[in-house]
Ligand binder design. Structure first.
Ligand SMILES: [Ca+2]
Ligand SMILES: [Ca+2]
Ligand SMILES: [Ca+2]
Ligand SMILES: [Ca+2]
Length: 442
């Protein structure tokens, strides 16, 4: 094979290395013969697009190597390890999968299966292999194609995702030998018996390379990204969520929610990066204003290969050093005045911070957080009303008949209904007296 002859000139010891290569060739033959099972009732070939091999079961799942290296699954991925060697010798290793042409998802007719590219992640221990290639072998033609365009990181433990297209013209696929044509490449893609990653040890140091998420990928495959938008402030409006295809801005597929909650961006084309971000369009102008709540997924960007869940976004809003949000300051204060947590600017008995939490006007002494009490028309219950300006606020009502005994909650989770929230206490039909307290729950 042409790949072997590539290494012969580099041999320090022709005889020893020659023997090793002979041994390897024999093992490769035994391996192939011992693994392929062809039978008349199993002629269907199963090359399957978009079924990633994740190795999360701790097994090798039919992937194996030839000689020199060892292959194991230390932690939900495949690891190829080379031992330390005393002399430099060419050690060309191959990790191959889908050897079973009658059933493996990595063998068969790639063209009929719509496979357009091959995806996998690779991690090193900080060393680079001398050679690393993706290889495809067709038993029918005896041809082996290889692609040397694999990217990896020099940083130990850093996974790099590779996306190798099955694009012969202008691509990087090479035949091990002369005379390749585009037609040969297409013919072999219709009958792939083996796919593998071939690695040559670099120098004599022990080294290991890890592979995960190996996938034959089909064209135009879409998946979804799901998550939850959370916001603890008091602005309201439609929440716009975008799967952005750039590191900044808001271009991309988007959706809206009437309030923070669970979202799903569906039909996003795979093998792309998405930056998930969201904001509340409080002034309904369609764009993010600097004082509006916004946020993004902490693990942006999402490299979309399979459905993504829990891409959660926490929205926050600009605020001043005291914690007053900019939108609230802009609403109630002039440029030459600022709220202070402990100051009661309008002198109504409630400080500015509590007016912010209660949703009352800190510049208007008539706007206070107080209960207006009345009775129902049948006088069988007591109706409480209070000013509330935040749609996403919740309240609790507490009651006592004896101020010496303290208040106990009689109702939690009362949803605000701006500009005024109501509660009817139908259990207040004894002799009383009844004293009430309203608490803001968020
Ligand atoms: Ca895995
Ligand atoms: Ca806006
Ligand atoms: Ca006040
Ligand atoms: Ca006030």
């Amino acid at each position: 094979m042409g790949v072997r002859s590539l290494f012969i000139p580099t041999m320090g010891n022709m005889k020893l290395s020659g023997t090793k290569l002979e041994l390897k060739a024999e093992l490769a033959v035994i391996f192939i013969l011992g693994t392929i099972r062809l039978s008349v009732d199993q002629v269907a070939i199963a090359a399957s697009a978009n079924s990633p091999e994740l190795w999360n079961n701790g097994q090798l799942n039919g992937w194996t190597n030839e000689i020199f290296s060892t292959v194991d699954n230390p932690d939900t991925y495949l690891r190829i390890s080379f031992p330390k060697q005393s002399i430099i010798m060419p050690s060309e290793e191959e990790v191959v999968g889908g050897l079973d042409a009658s059933g493996g998802i990595f063998s068969g007719d790639y063209l009929s299966a719509g496979i357009s590219n091959i995806l996998f992640s690779i991690m090193t221990d900080g060393q680079r292999p001398k050679i690393i290639r993706l290889v495809l072998y067709s038993a029918a033609s005896g041809r082996e194609w290889s692609n040397a365009g694999i990217q990896l990181s020099d940083e130990a433990g850093q996974w790099i995702t590779n996306n190798i297209t099955l694009d012969y013209p202008g691509g990087t696929w090479k035949l091990a030998g002369p005379g390749a044509t585009h037609e040969d490449f297409l013919a072999d893609l219709k009958s792939v018996d083996r796919i593998g990653v071939r690695i040559q040890q670099n120098g004599t140091n022990a080294q290991s390379y890890c592979i995960d998420n190996f996938c034959l990928h089909g064209p135009n495959v879409c998946e979804s990204i799901k998550g939850k938008v959370t916001y603890t402030g008091f602005q309201s409006g439609n929440v716009k969520i975008v799967g952005c295809n750039k590191p900044d801005g808001w271009a991309g597929q988007s959706m809206e929610l009437p309030q923070p909650g669970n979202y799903e961006l569906s039909n996003l084309p795979t093998v792309s990066n998405y930056w998930i971000r969201a904001f509340i369009d409080a002034n309904t102008n369609g764009i993010l204003d600097e004082w509006e709540p916004a946020g993004e997924y902490v693990n942006n960007p999402v490299k979309l290969m399979a459905p993504v869940e829990n891409a959660d976004v926490l929205l926050s809003e600009p605020s001043n050093a005291e914690g007053f949000p900019v939108w609230w300051i802009n609403k109630y204060f002039d440029t030459d005045m600022v709220p202070l947590k402990t100051a009661d600017t309008d002198g109504d008995g409630m400080n500015d911070w509590n007016e912010y939490i209660a949703g009352t006007d800190p510049r208007n002494c008539a706007s206070v957080f107080k209960i207006n009490m009345g009775t129902s028309h049948l006088k069988s219950s007591i109706v409480l009303k209070w000013v509330s300006n935040y749609a996403n606020q919740m309240f609790a009502v507490l009651r006592t008949s004896n101020l010496m005994e303290g208040f106990v909650p009689i109702q939690n989770g009362i949803q605000a209904t701006p500009p005024e929230t109501f509660f009817e206490d139908t259990t207040a039909n004894g002799t009383g007296p009844y004293y009430y307290k309203i608490q803001v729950e968020q």
